[in-house]
Design a binder for this molecule. Structure first.
Ligand SMILES: Nc1ncnc2c1ncn2[C@@H]1O[C@H](COP(=O)(O)OP(=O)(O)OP(=O)(O)O)[C@@H](O)[C@H]1O
Length: 238
């Protein structure tokens, strides 16, 4: 039971964004994808979530193939995804968009979605903002709404694209707590991060991508002390 990526290749015209990438994200663990800009991290999320068709390869969630399915089908199979640019419905209240996410989810029935949304907004400190439009909120709160929607979807796997970037200290702490709780519930968590402190704090496994290739996989300590990673990512030379 895991999210297994095998031999994924994806190209945009002549540009190979992912070149034979394989990795496994286990349940109850945080797997962090790191690497320089353009390494292919977001493209891998797009392949898993049905937004970019790969030329070849597979992505299996608990044995079920995700490649070839639409983004909606992948979401229904339990993959909840956040975007760097958040993609909230700006003109919809915080409560409503959390409920919409709950209604699209795998497990929650529509009559339960209001109670579920209320509980989630409480957990994320968004109760007072529940009637606000997402577009009227500050950046940190908009990011919390995007997490609220992921929680509401009740998925099996989370793909988090730079969710901690730009958060205030209290928001950052809350984000780490929510991820740790999801991990304790046995979710599969894959996250893209440039914030190395967060990677050290949260990641059980770190995968280093560079120019579309998975180069090093290990614990944060192993990956951050790897010479190749140090020269390609941290710009260190002998
Ligand atoms: N829709 C697209 N059309 C053409 N090229 C694309 C498209 N999406 C991504 N690319 C290219 O694919 C490569 C990988 O991009 P990707 O966004 O996956 O990298 P990344 O590791 O997520 O980078 P960053 O850390 O900057 O977000 C880049 O060279 C990028 O320009």
């Amino acid at each position: 039971m895991s999210l297994e990526i095998n031999g994924v290749r994806a190209a945009f015209g002549g540009l190979v964004a992912l070149d034979d990438v394989s990795l496994t994200a286990e349940p109850g663990a945080v797997t962090a994808l790191i690497g320089p800009n353009g390494a292919g991290k977001t493209t891998l999320f797009n392949v898993i979530s049905g937004l970019v068709p790969p030329e070849r390869g597979s992505a299996r969630l608990d044995g079920t193939e995700l490649i070839g399915r639409s983004a909606r089908q992948v979401a229904r199979l339990g993959v909840a995804r956040s975007f760097q640019e958040l993609r909230l419905f700006g003109g919809v209240s915080v409560q409503e968009q959390t409920m919409f996410a709950a209604e699209r989810s795998v497990l929650t029935r529509s009559r339960e979605s209001r109670a579920r949304a209320t509980e989630i907004l409480d957990r994320l400190g968004l109760s007072a903002a529940r009637r606000s439009l997402a577009a009227d909120l500050g950046y940190g709160q908009q990011k919390a709404v995007s997490i609220a929607r992921m929680l509401a979807m009740n998925g099996r796997a989370w793909l988090l694209d730079e969710q901690a970037a730009g958060l205030a200290p209290r928001e950052y702490e809350l984000f780490c707590e929510v991820v740790a709780e999801a991990k304790d519930r046995g979710l599969i968590i894959l996250l893209i991060e440039h914030n190395l402190r967060l990677v050290k704090d949260l990641a059980d496994v770190v995968v280093f991508l560079d120019r579309g290739r998975e180069l090093v996989t290990g614990t944060a300590h192993e990956v951050f002390s790897n010479e190749l990673v140090r020269s390609l990512y941290f710009g260190e030379r002998d």
